[in-house]
Design a protein around this ligand. Structure first.
Ligand SMILES: *[C@@H]1O[C@H](CO)[C@@H](O)[C@H](O)[C@H]1NC(C)=O
Ligand SMILES: *[C@@H]1O[C@H](CO)[C@@H](O)[C@H](O)[C@H]1NC(C)=O
Ligand SMILES: *[C@@H]1O[C@H](CO)[C@@H](O)[C@H](O)[C@H]1NC(C)=O
Ligand SMILES: *[C@@H]1O[C@H](CO)[C@@H](O)[C@H](O)[C@H]1NC(C)=O
Ligand SMILES: *[C@@H]1O[C@H](CO)[C@@H](O)[C@H](O)[C@H]1NC(C)=O
Length: 351
């Protein structure tokens, strides 16, 4: 858990703290706030100019417009110079086709915590924003991903809506999409909608109604969050293509031993595997390179050391640091004494 947190935190920290690495794939995430512009909004001067009266357009940062938390019900007019538009925490219900016609330069559009419904978003509303990289629409009332989103998106957040279906057309051509937050919706099936997302690194579909894992997982995927769904089995080639995957969270599903093909999780590269709160009766075989394994609250009846090490010697041992087995049908007496050789790095074993 801690490892994941550190990773995510690093991605969201302002550049002054974590921007030293030139090849940082998340550099685009840090954005204008980290450059000291944000304070400017507090001393905004709206006199004259083209700034709508309900918003702030800080003179020190002429490409940003702050309209968040002002009880807005309709979209403001948007001067075409704007790149960063903050509209979150309002009561906006509609995005008509005409409302974003001038916003052709937008790079960020923040519209989370509004009252948007899918039938009130124009078919062409987002079409003109050819350089849009971040679109935040979480905590609205959407029943589908808006149509015709710009292909330039890197970070799309539509979590906490009522989305039931994701179709291939919704995400088609989004070559640069790196982060997709779809969690806390009502998605039952994702079909092959992820297929073309060649840059996707983080997928969060937790808290939905999936019975199967999404098909055609993108090859660059790094973090896969599927907890709180109804998944009872995994396909044979589940992790075949996704060799860069480091974190899998599948807690609170319906997984059984029968539903997991042999050696599914015996893949190198995985750092953390969370299968807690499922229906497993055995410990699935895992790679010796895995570092954190969460299996609490299953129905595991025996401690199979062979799931961690098939042979034990100087070089063959498990790199596991955390092993959670509490809330199962075993006790500490069931842990064989020779485990210490195989699990020699484990600092936390809870049974
Ligand atoms: C777009 O810009 C034109 C010209 O500046 C302006 O008259 C119009 O009201 C703007 N429309 C919107 C929706 O912002
Ligand atoms: C959006 O959903 C909330 C909570 O379910 C509801 O109170 C609100 O009336 C809905 N708004 C619209 C515009 O449908
Ligand atoms: C993806 O990003 C690259 C480099 O920033 C850019 O040249 C390309 O046009 C982007 N792709 C899309 C579909 O916008
Ligand atoms: C994992 O796979 C390797 C070969 O890829 C094999 O040698 C090892 O025994 C397997 N581990 C377990 C616990 O089955
Ligand atoms: C186990 O150790 C032997 C050498 O002692 C090595 O050749 C082999 O690759 C190791 N196997 C694994 C699964 O690490």
């Amino acid at each position: 858990m801690r490892l994941v947190c550190v990773f995510l935190l690093a991605a969201l920290l302002p550049s002054t703290l974590s921007h030293n690495n030139r090849q940082d794939p998340f550099a685009w995430l840090y954005g204008p706030r980290s450059q000291g512009y944000y304070l400017g909004s507090l001393q905004a001067d709206n006199t004259g100019g083209d700034c709508p009266p309900e918003c702030d357009c800080p003179p020190t940062f002429p490409v940003a417009m702050y309209c968040d938390g002002r009880g807005l019900k309709v979209m403001p007019t948007i001067p075409s110079r704007m790149k960063y538009l903050y509209l979150q925490n309002n009561a906006i219900t509609a995005v008509p086709d005409s409302s974003l016609v001038n916003a052709t330069n937008l790079v960020w559009l923040m519209m989370h915590y509004n009252q948007l419904t899918s039938d009130k978003i124009g078919e062409k509303a987002f079409l003109k924003m050819q350089g849009l990289e971040r679109l935040y629409l979480q905590h609205n009332n959407l029943t589908r991903i808006p149509r015709n989103l710009p292909r330039s998106l890197r970070d799309l957040r539509v979590s906490h809506n009522s989305i039931e279906k994701v179709t291939p057309a919704d995400l088609e051509g989004m070559d640069n999409l790196t982060i997709l937050y779809l969690h806390d919706n009502a998605v039952t099936d994702m079909g092959t909608s992820l297929k073309g997302l060649k840059s996707l690194m983080l997928l969060d579909v937790s808290g939905n109604k999936l019975k199967k894992v999404p098909q055609a997982l993108p090859e660059r995927l790094h973090q896969l969050y599927l907890e709180f769904n109804s998944i009872d089995s995994l396909p044979d080639d589940f992790l075949g293509r996704v060799t860069q995957l480091q974190y899998i969270r599948m807690a609170h599903n319906e997984l059984t031993d029968k539903g997991i093909p042999p050696n599914t999780f015996n893949v190198t590269g995985l750092v953390e595997l969370d299968l807690s709160y499922n229906k497993l009766e055995r410990i699935p075989p895992v790679s010796t390179t895995l570092q954190h394994l969460y299996l609490q609250a299953n129905q595991i009846k025996e401690f199979t050391l062979g799931s961690f090490c098939s042979i034990v010697d100087v070089t063959n041992f498990s790199r596991l640091q955390t092993l959670r087995l509490d809330g199962n049908e075993i006790s500490s007496q069931d842990v064989p004494t020779d485990s210490a050789l195989c699990l020699r790095l484990a600092s936390t074993i809870e049974v």
